[in-house]
Design a protein around this ligand. Structure first.
Ligand code: FMN
Length: 245
């Protein structure tokens, strides 16, 4: 380690660019293969995520086979129909939901199922003794690494959670004790939208940072020792995040 190990200006710019321009992508896939060296870097980035007790409880099931993908797509269609039915009585929301493109299983270059194995280096996992979910949180960290590395490589990622885990387990021959955490669609895209699809479609807006930060205790939004930061957050309206860089 060097005494000051912080990133240089352009390195930081690259990191924040990946963070702010990362999108969940389910349309705009172009039919170009992801070269193995690119995929290797993306998977290796995922594999270097933090994990509780260094348990590295993830696996990455890589899927190209169209028959397997078709079966996953069928699970999506069933689960999507089930969610549409949950909106019975709210015709407007139901119509809006139905119009959304929520997966790119067949159109993407590859699919990746990221799983959680609670038995990895177990049963005693340092740090997981009080909060069981820290195992799954670790897998989520790997997924975010994958998502950001993919963005840096110009590869789009779409997370499909409208699926039955029991279906995934059977289709991908996942052992009983291993839990699918994410089903991801990866591929080069024609572009990354500036805003999330759901924001652009008017499904939900991005919340202000001020609405989600509180001081010292839950729900406290005024605090003298934090007044300067609070004012800075207040000045940082939506779309002005680059002011902070
Ligand atoms: C756990 C998780 C599950 C998600 N499942 C789906 C999904 O099934 N279908 C979909 O279209 N998007 C899914 N998304 C993507 C979100 O809708 C998306 O992240 C959010 O709208 C913000 O957009 P952005 O990722 O482009 O910033 C999921 C995201 C996460 C983190």
């Amino acid at each position: 380690m060097t005494p000051d190990d912080s990133l240089t200006g352009s390195e930081k710019e690259g990191l924040y660019k990946a963070i702010f321009s990362r999108r969940d992508v389910r349309s705009h896939f172009v039919g170009r293969e992801i070269p193995d060296d690119v995929l290797l870097r993306i998977l290796n980035a995922a594999h270097h995520a933090p994990s509780v007790g260094f348990s590295q409880p993830w696996n990455f099931v890589l899927i190209k086979d169209r028959t397997i993908r078709q079966k996953v797509k069928e699970s999506f269609v069933r689960e999507r129909d089930r969610s549409i039915a949950m909106l019975d009585g709210n015709e407007q929301r139901q119509k809006q939901y139905t119009s959304l493109k929520l997966e790119g299983i067949m159109e993407s270059a590859i699919n990746v199922c990221v799983t959680y194995d609670p038995t990895r280096f177990g049963p005693f996992v340092l740090g997981r003794t009080s909060i069981e979910e820290t195992g799954v949180y670790s897998v989520a960290c790997a997924i975010q690494n994958l998502w950001l590395a993919a963005r840096a490589e110009g590869v789009g990622v779409g997370w499909v959670s409208i699926l039955a885990n029991e279906d995934l387990g059977k289709i991908l021959a996942i052992p009983e004790h291993v839990r699918p955490v994410a089903y991801l669609c990866l591929g080069y895209v024609s572009g990354f939208a500036e805003k999330p699809d759901l924001e652009r479609a008017g499904w939900l807006p991005r919340m202000g940072l001020a609405d989600v930060v509180c001081y010292e205790q839950w729900g406290v939004h005024q605090s003298e020792p934090w007044s300067a930061l609070r004012a800075a957050i207040g000045r940082m309206g939506e779309g002005k995040r680059e002011d902070n860089m």
